[in-house]
Write a protein that binds this ligand. Structure first.
Ligand code: ADP
Length: 455
């Protein structure tokens, strides 16, 4: 600035000197004033150019102003332009950074598994993420600035919003909820800023289902254990209070042993199930011969048939081609044995039970148990593998069933990559098959041949 004053004074002096030379004192004044006017005129030109640049039609957009042609001005005016430009540039960069951060933030909210809705002070939708549109059936564009209570019309939600007490959440049915496939949402509103609200929705259908299953499971286990316990404590009381002869005492003890065995079987099945659920899938390092598995099943089936059916069953076992199955021997045996003993337990005496093993052309192995028993109505088939699901409750109990057999079979099958297939019709008998993947099946004959070739 001092330099500029210096230059201005030098111009006046120069103008004055030229005027002095041309016409003494009046010339000096005229020369000085001409120099001052010239300064003013040049400054006005520069200022006009600067103002034109600032007022240019792009001036409303800082980004465009920075990009537009900058007037090349000298000295202080040039510095004003340069500094303005730098200022605008840094502001523009700040805006770009803020926009990028906002975009990232919105992308993160979009990726949230929870529905997020921003409401203004009047309860109108300002913004919502994709999950919220799916939960409530909103249209992110069309429903903008619509009142939320006009779109979520559940009375319980309207009452929640009207009460304004957002300390807890509220449960509302989801948009896609149907009587056969109910969808439950947990909705929680949080206040923020000036009367604004953040609405979060969470799909809790699976949690609710798991909770209902847990409640059912605890109720079922309690019921299953309470029945034999009640019987046992009744017998104990009788033994303690009544004078009984040896024969009566022995009869009561036998009945007590039956009840305790029933509880033991139930606890064993429960432990088996929890072990199956908690352990990783078995590898294919351990191979078990199907012949040995078959022999065990046959022995058990014949022993059980002798106990349950005085006239016996027609039991047919066809172990097919000698093969090997990869997996945990005890688990595979438990699954096969459950299917075979079920057939014996539910098929009336003299009925036919056929157990077969075969290796298919594609290498899969099929274990099938077919019976000529009462058969099962189609509505029961999808639920048979649920824990404690029974069709014939009394037959199940009479024959020592726990209601967990097919649940165990399903878990073993899943862990071994196998599929449980059930075909049945009332009055036509039933067929239960375990279809093992080719990777877990190998023919013993091929192994022998390979061994011979190697030697
Ligand atoms: P349970 O211990 O009661 O036999 P399962 O889980 O093994 O429990 O079987 C579930 C239900 O499926 C049984 O209660 C029975 O009603 C039905 N079921 C199983 N196998 C057969 C079969 N071979 N024939 C007819 N019903 C069967």
């Amino acid at each position: 600035m001092i330099g500029r004053w210096f230059l201005f004074a030098a111009s006046l002096l120069a103008g004055g000197a030229v005027g002095w030379l041309a016409g003494s004192l009046s010339g000096l004044l005229a020369g000085g004033m001409t120099a001052a006017f010239a300064w003013l005129a040049i400054d006005s030109i520069y200022m006009t150019r600067l103002l034109r640049w600032l007022r240019s039609e792009q001036a409303s957009e800082a980004t465009q102003l920075v990009a537009s042609a900058v007037p090349g001005l000298p000295g202080m005016w040039g510095e004003v332009v340069g500094r303005t430009r730098r200022l605008l540039k840094s502001r523009e960069q700040g805006l770009i950074d803020s926009q990028a951060r906002l975009d990232e933030f919105l992308a993160a909210i979009q990726a949230s598994p929870s529905g997020v809705v921003l409401l203004d002070a009047q309860g109108r939708i300002e913004w919502c993420n994709q999950t919220a549109t799916e939960h409530f059936g909103f249209d992110a564009q069309r429903d903008l600035l619509q009142h939320i209570a006009n779109l979520v019309r559940e009375p319980v939600f309207k009452a929640y919003m009207a009460a304004g007490d957002f300390a807890h959440d509220v449960l509302v049915p989801g948009r896609s909820s149907t009587p056969s496939r109910p969808v439950k949402l947990s909705v929680h509103v949080h206040s923020y800023g000036k009367d604004r609200k953040l609405l979060l929705s969470r799909d809790i259908t699976a949690i609710e289902l798991a909770e209902a299953m847990r409640r059912d499971f605890v109720a079922n286990v309690s019921h299953e254990i309470r029945t034999p316990l009640t019987v046992l404590s009744g017998f104990i009381e009788t033994l303690q209070t009544l004078p009984l002869n040896d024969e009566e005492r022995s009869r009561y003890l036998t009945l007590m042993a039956q009840q305790s065995l029933r509880m033991q079987t139930l606890v064993n099945d429960l432990l088996t199930l929890s072990r199956l659920e908690g352990s990783p899938s078995p590898g294919i390092a351990d191979w078990n011969t199907t012949d040995a598995l078959f022999a065990q099943c046959e022995q058990e089936a014949r022993a059980l048939s002798a106990v349950l059916a005085p006239q016996g069953h027609r039991l047919e076992f066809d172990a097919g081609e000698p093969s090997e199955l990869a997996g945990v021997q005890t688990e595979i045996h438990s699954a096969m044995s459950n299917l075979v003993t079920n057939a014996v337990r539910y098929t009336p005496e003299k009925g036919l039970i056929r157990v077969t093993w075969s290796v298919l052309a594609n290498g899969q192995g099929v274990f099938t148990v077919q019976d000529s028993g009462p058969g099962i109505a189609s509505e029961h088939l999808p639920r048979l593998t649920e824990r404690f699901y029974r069709i014939d409750r009394s037959r199940s109990r009479e024959t020592g069933g726990t209601g967990l057999g097919l649940a165990i079979v399903k878990h073993v099958a899943q862990r071994h990559g196998a599929e449980l297939r059930i075909k049945s019709q009332p009055g036509q008998g039933s067929s239960f098959s375990l279809l093992f993947p080719a990777a877990r099946v190998r023919r013993s004959s091929l192994l022998v041949a390979a061994g011979q070739r190697a030697t």
